[in-house]
Design a protein around this ligand. Sequence first.
Ligand code: FAD
Length: 322
Amino acid sequence: MTPETVPPRTAVIGAGMAGLTCAAALRAAGGSVTVFDKARGPGGRMSTRRLALTEGEVTFDHGAPVFTARDPGFRAQVALWTQAGLVAPWSAAGEGAFVGAPAMNAPLKAVAAGLEIRCGVTITGLARIGDGWVLEGPDESDLAYDRVVLAVPAEQAAVLLVAANDAFAALARSTVSAPCWSLMLVFSRPIETELRVLDGDEVIGRAFRDGHKPGRSGGEAWVIQACPAWSRDNLEAGPSDVATRLLAAFETRMPTPLPPPLSSVAHRWRYAQPEPLALGALWDPAAGLGVCGDWLDGGDVEGAWRSGVRLAAQLNAADARP
Ligand SMILES: Cc1cc2nc3c(=O)[nH]c(=O)nc-3n(C[C@H](O)[C@H](O)[C@H](O)COP(=O)(O)OP(=O)(O)OC[C@H]3O[C@@H](n4cnc5c(N)ncnc54)[C@H](O)[C@@H]3O)c2cc1C
């Protein structure tokens, strides 16, 4: 892009790791970017739930509990976040495990801070009109952009791609994500155990003692993730029924009886972790349509980051061409 060129207006749908990473790289290259997300705030599957108790605030990483940084580019990014106090290693979850600090969404909140983001807006369709795109949403009918980047889970991308790009829609439809029920628990007093992470069985996939992660204000807070098969079998069960059964399964695994929970809330992730395609990202330059997300690379936090970086590089390269 030369200084006198008007940058194309890009809409990024999805304010998770992939969408925000892509948007930030487009913005850094001088692009005009607006990010949309249906949730109340950015973070996607790296978001954080907060609970105000008389004893103080408790936070739960109810999506991704930890992440790795094997990719050299992502390692460099994580090193910067670590220096800034937004990420910390958490060896209790294994060699090379990281968490956001003081909560999982901290690095994404920092990325989001420099961007124009419209939260609470669900995009329900994409219409190709003239040389651009109009985003369709319940209260937003006139959102016109030159380019669109979709950064949402495969199953949700498939719906939006149906009328936009047949080949991309077919790839999204071919991807299956495992669901996950997550139970957020906080107990009235500490549990007498040194355990920080509990390995899985036929009900529990993993359990994490969130109150003991770096930078947390404390409290005996745990997140119990049901395993994919149990989550799938109980996908339509009620949250309170799920909470009761996961708490009972957790109690059988603990060395001492549990104190009474002060709070117990189950959250269903219908699309938690995909069987990813190894495509990196998708870009249709003629239509100005890009797709990124964990389902195109790795199926995890670092894959989502890589996918966002890769798509932004393709768009920025297209802009740089005379
Ligand atoms: C329970 C659980 C456990 C996990 N464990 C790990 C782990 O241990 N390690 C690891 O690395 N990863 C883990 N992950 C996966 C990791 O969280 C994801 O790979 C990563 O966060 C995906 O980022 P993303 O940007 O691709 O998608 P997302 O974070 O899902 O972002 C997509 C965003 O799009 C928004 N959106 C969707 N549809 C629309 C629409 N129509 N209009 C507007 N907005 C829309 C959503 O609200 C969301 O904010 C886990 C995930 C879950 C849920």
